[in-house]
Design a protein around this ligand. Sequence first.
Ligand code: ARG
Length: 477
Amino acid sequence: MSTQTPSEKPWTGRFTEPTDAFVEAFTASVDFDKRMYRQDIRGSIAHATMLAEVGVLTVAERDAIIGGLGQIEGEIERGEFAWSIRLEDVHMNIEKRLTDLIGDAGKKLHTGRSRNDQVATDVRLYLRDECDLIQAELTRLQGNLVDLAEREADTIMPGFTHLQTAQPITFGHHLLAWNAMLERDTERLVDCRKRIDVMPLGSAALAGTTYPIDRSITARELGFARISENSLDGVSDRDFAIEFTAFASLLLMHLSRFSEELILWTSSQFAFVDISDAFCTGSSIMPQKKNPDVPELVRGKSGRVVGHLISLITLMKGQPLAYNKDNQEDKEPLFDTIDTVKGCLKVYADMLGYRELADGGRKYHVEPRRETMREAARRGFSTATDLADYLVRKGVAFRDAHEIVGKAVALGVATQRDLAEMGLEELQQFSGAIGSDVFEVLTLEGSVAARDHLGGTAPNQVRAAAARARARLGQGG
Ligand code: ARG
């Protein structure tokens, strides 16, 4: 950070003493808001373009401003720009440098504008761009999930309730449940982007401005879909940032749940899936360990994003209209939310993908252990409901059927056998309604195939659901 004299600040006219050194550092935001320099420059170019069109600036002044801002952007990108905390924030740093570069025309840029509408515009531009990057990454993750689901449409695993084996399902069906959550997250993102895409520029400090501004010009230059209709609300609203962190919290909550399952499934107790070495790490003391760090970290990072949501809501709840300096505190939670979401989505999209092998084949990073899954479904009496449904079809009332099957399960527990491993006569001692056709319903394949309706786990339903999900992603089959 370079040292500037206090008089270089643009607002010192009514001040007689310099700012306290600690206060200067305490009130500055440049360390974190400089990441919006592109949006700040873009917004200033649009503002200058508009001021020239309505006759507040000359064309020569506008061109000098745009040229100077272009040069500043280059300096920042090459790491040559001297940021100063004495100039408080990204806005004043850039404006001061512009005036140094082009002289008096630079001093006219802030005509009809305030940092209050400037910062609100910058944050919206920044977040709007990030929403598009995040949506693309969500789509990549969903595409990989749907591919894997289709490939695993016939793979049998135990489905759980209360984390106890419940009924057999297909692994593809389970993966599509994850995808269903991500589809809703994408909808939320797309929806909140609509309210981000509203331009507050022109609200000025809080009341609008006396200059003959034309906000439709700046909105067109910046590609905003709408223009804010109340200047007080324009400079003070941060709902859009809260909505985004709410979207992010739900997304991370979902990724945290996937993570929890992957962590359980990679344990030797479950051993349902293998995750590639590239996405795991080892232990410095226990040589046998291969830890699912990626899912664990994603599960952990969900906490900070939920924390940012709470921070932003709390930040806003006591604020009177219009702009208050409190709002400077919106940036760090918002930026960290963006970074965390992007990191988690990237690592998940990569982890659910594959690596090309030398022979042209693919090595998927998350591979199911199909035999182990199947064996777990077989051992857990997962077809007990199917036996009860069979008895109902033979005329037994469901409650009686439930009781009969419960007794058969108790025998299985005592003798360590699944229902399908018992003989016909053995089963018939529980109910005379049981015939030799019972074994068809006791198989795992028969059980999943029978759940053949929209939303059910039957393999052909999973394939159809995967095709619909892919079409919704805009990806052909
Ligand atoms: N750095 C400030 C922020 O992030 C910019 C707006 C400052 N406005 C003001 N009136 N002090 O909110």
